[in-house]
Ligand binder design. Structure first.
Ligand code: ADP
Ligand code: MG
Length: 445
């Protein structure tokens, strides 16, 4: 990333802050800072001030860390530490030439560090197919959508880095809605639209993050539309991410919505329990923590309690790990409970009712209650459904026909079959037993 680009991103971050912090504060605490360097390996953006009062500004940055992190994540695709320095840092030797090796992408966001699971299979497969050749006609555009913190930006960076590395001649461009919009506004103001257009319409791979934020912004939409047309017609790959499927994007014109669906819309769902544990194992290993049986237990506890956002799962682990290092104590369940009181103290659904059981099972497997009630017979739905039936039968007085009603009006013989099958399996299947225990634990505590 050039200094000019970094400056532009920083200004976009500050514009974002207006929605969170009073304007007068943003202008006085943060505007006086100029970014001079970004370190991908250390995850730091270095800022300098005109006067010699860096500690004042550093304090402000620390005070507003939450809001800054949020804005930074939106614009940069991830959180950077903001460090105010008196002098522009010189090239340091421990910096493993990040700009060259990761091309401005987060070096941690690669395919190697991405854990696959039934929840992200399709999106991952499509990304790999695109990365393989730099272009995949049948997946153009690829439209990845999901709730927050489920790996959309990670996958985009993975494709970007892979293509850059394996096809050095290909031009790859990553941009978020905010950065795109701000650059466009600036281009209009400075009458440099031609350069702006060339920048985005002459690439081989365009990675457009969080496209939902172009909602209601007409000139941005117009520009996205023409960029899309140019790239698509010249057989260039486009990947979008969004928090919703194309048809649910309000404030975005129909012609764009329909183009978003021309290739492959792929949803990433919240990860199921096994995937959450696998991700945690990965995070621990990447942080240099040996996964001993005790650590493994801690990971399981985290996976049981933090379910819908991988960023939060990582956050929970990092907090425990940081505390362990800080106090020089080994990671243990006890330590985790002390550090993660906010997570563990959230009131649990107490009553063991069929509705709560269904909810607990759905949450555990990262699926929707409605899926279990539907006719969907795929294994990733059917198996949790059987478990829910088993737990309800064992823990409530509901009759087989009544349970049938709870699952979209299934016949009582079907319910009996599921129940008996589970009764058999649980005798020999250790994983199933622990799954049932874990689910009940979330209800009983
Ligand atoms: P999104 O863009 O969907 O909000 P991110 O890509 O920023 O989510 O992911 C949030 C965090 O979770 C990142 O640190 C990312 O590395 C991690 N993460 C998400 N999905 C996975 C996965 N399948 N395997 C490993 N890490 C993941
Ligand atoms: Mg993202």
């Amino acid at each position: 990333m050039t200094k000019g680009e970094l400056k532009e991103r920083w200004e976009t971050i500050l514009d974002q802050l207006y929605s969170d912090i009073e304007r007068i504060k943003v202008d006085n605490f943060f505007r006086p800072l100029t970014p001079v360097k970004i370190s991908e390996s250390k995850n730091i953006i270095y800022l300098i001030t005109a006067g010699a009062n860096s500690s004042f500004y550093q304090n402000m940055i620390n005070n507003y860390k939450k809001s800054l992190d949020k804005a930074c994540e939106k614009v940069m695709g991830k959180v950077y530490t903001m460090e105010v320095v008196d002098n522009e840092p010189t090239e340091d030797s421990d910096e493993p030439v990040p700009e060259d090796s990761s091309y401005g992408f987060n070096p941690r966001y690669t395919f190697d560090t991405f854990v696959s699971g039934p929840n992200n299979q399709l999106a991952l497969a499509a990304c790999l197919a695109i990365a393989d050749k730099g272009y995949a006609k049948e997946y153009n555009p690829l439209f990845i959508y999901s709730g927050p913190g489920l790996g959309k930006t990670h996958l985009m960076h993975a494709v970007g880095q892979y293509v850059k590395k394996n096809f050095p001649k290909k031009k790859v461009m990553y941009v978020s809605s905010e950065a795109f919009t701000n650059e466009l506004i600036k281009a209009i103001r400075e009458k440099s639209q031609e350069a702006f257009r060339n920048k985005y319409r002459k690439v081989d791979l365009l990675l457009f993050d969080d496209v939902q934020f172009i909602s209601g912004k007409e000139s941005t939409q117009e520009e996205v539309f023409h960029t899309f047309e140019t790239l698509y017609n010249s057989r260039k790959q486009i990947i979008f991410t969004s928090d919703k499927p194309p048809k649910d994007l309000e404030g975005i014109p129909e012609r764009l919505q329909s183009r978003f669906s021309w290739g492959l819309p792929a949803e990433i769902q919240p990860p199921g329990y096994e995937t959450r544990v696998a991700i945690l194992n990965n995070i621990a290993t990447l942080s240099g923590v040996e996964v001993t049986p005790v650590v493994s237990e801690v990971l399981e506890v985290i996976a049981q309690n933090v379910t819908s956002n991988i960023r939060e799962i990582e956050g929970a682990f990092n907090r425990v790990n940081a505390m362990s290092k800080l106090t020089n104590t080994e990671i243990s369940k006890d330590l985790a409970k002390r550090v993660l009181t906010d997570i563990f103290d959230t009131p649990k659904t107490k009553e063991i009712t069929p509705e709560n059981i269904k909810k607990a099972v759905a949450k555990y497997y990262g699926i929707k209650v409605a899926d279990m009630e539907s006719g969907n017979r795929s294994r990733n739905i059917g198996y949790p459904r059987q478990i829910a039936i088993y737990i309800i039968r064992e823990n409530t007085n509901y009759s087989l026909p009544q349970i049938g009603k709870l699952f979209g009006g299934r016949d009582h013989t079907t319910i009996r079959h599921s129940y008996e099958k589970m009764c058999e399996e649980i005798k020999t299947d250790k994983d199933l037993r622990s799954a049932v225990e874990n689910i009940l634990a979330t209800l009983e505590e």
